[in-house]
Design a binder for this molecule. Structure first.
Ligand SMILES: NC(=O)c1ccc[n+]([C@@H]2O[C@H](COP(=O)([O-])OP(=O)(O)OC[C@H]3O[C@@H](n4cnc5c(N)ncnc54)[C@H](OP(=O)(O)O)[C@@H]3O)[C@@H](O)[C@H]2O)c1
Length: 294
């Protein structure tokens, strides 16, 4: 039997590259991104351009589904480039959702905890009220809504958070570098979420494509941590246990984009679909460190 061909967007990115590494049996992936990369079959496709995406579907399809990992992810820069971020995060979702609806195929859109304002006191459920605090969060929410509006029967929104993995620039990698360079660190302790590896998330996204239903899912590693907790655990596991880390407040570390103070996600809907949760965040961190040895 021939395998089902799936388009993976953002294939040169942190998550997209992992999605291509774990293609399940019975599927084959075509990767696309703005930039050329060893993993990218089709470079230079701007997903906000309907004609370019239509041409991609014609040239490399028919597709049995799409996993949309591409996005404008520069959270702070988005405060001054909201139109550009909206183009990549919302317009591209609409373009893809329209084509997926026309072909009657599922579309998995990766979204973010930044759709919430962080005022919650228990893990956020999929239907909790949204209220993004940042331009990035607003554009990602607009993308969720565009996808569900264009493709109500096939769009699956998967919100995740605090991502890191073998590829790309991310918090644990930066912490290891800074710990080595500076010998002492000050890290924010009043933002709480669930650090999540692409190693855990990518197989879950394939499962949502294969077995999920239209609607919203939350996907993050189990448990919760502050950035300071994550920095401490990363240094301890990376042989930097001697590096002192001092907790500080968000107010001491002002950034252009406002972040939710609390954004732990309730992932029980996804756990029910898969019959298991993603790994606890510390176990996932150990697994990443064993592979990447930062
Ligand atoms: N990183 C996190 O902590 C985090 C947390 C929650 C959710 N997410 C979501 O998870 C997904 C994957 O994130 P990531 O960190 O893996 O992102 P990433 O490494 O920045 O990769 C995203 C890729 O999308 C490409 N892209 C941007 N605009 C595009 C366009 N108009 N058309 C085609 N490709 C475009 C980017 O190209 P350029 O680099 O050339 O612009 C980049 O290669 C995103 O949807 C993101 O919003 C991430």
């Amino acid at each position: 039997m021939s395998s089902k061909r799936v388009l993976v967007t953002g294939a040169a990115g942190m998550l997209g590259s992992e999605l291509l590494r774990v293609v399940p049996a019975g599927f084959e992936a075509v990767g696309t991104d703005l930039r050329a990369d060893a993993a990218v079959d089709v470079p230079g496709v701007d997903l906000a351009e309907p004609a370019a995406v239509d041409a991609l579907f014609r040239a490399r399809g028919p597709f049995a589904g799409v996993i949309h990992g591409a996005a404008y992810t520069a959270v702070d820069l988005a405060e001054e480039q909201e139109a550009l971020a909206h183009r990549a995060n919302a317009d591209a979702c609409r373009v893809l959702a329209r084509l997926c609806a026309r072909a009657s195929i599922p579309l998995v859109v990766v979204s973010t905890d930044f759709v919430f304002d962080g005022a919650g006191t228990r893990p956020y459920r999929e239907d909790d009220p949204v209220n993004p605090l940042s331009a990035y969060g607003r554009t990602k929410l607009a993308g969720e809504r565009a996808a569900l509006e264009e493709h109500p029967r096939g769009a699956r929104i998967v919100r995740t958070q605090w991502l890191y993995g073998p590829r790309g620039k991310h918090f644990p990698g930066t912490i290891v570098r800074l710990a080595r360079e500076k010998g002492a660190l000050k890290v924010v302790h009043d933002q709480v979420g669930s650090p999540t590896t692409t190693l855990e998330l990518a197989p879950a996204l394939w499962d949502v494509l294969a077995k999920g239903e239209a609607g919203v899912y939350h996907a993050a590693c189990e448990g919760q941590a502050s950035w300071c907790d994550l920095a401490r655990a990363t240094c301890d596991l990376a042989g930097l246990a001697h590096v002192p880390i001092t907790p500080c407040t968000t107010a001491e570390f002002p950034r252009p984009a406002k972040r939710p103070a609390y954004s732990v996600l309730d992932c029980s809907k996804l756990a029910k679909l898969r019959g298991r949760t993603l790994a606890p965040w510390k176990k996932a961190l150990e697994n990443w460190i064993a592979i990447d040895r930062p």
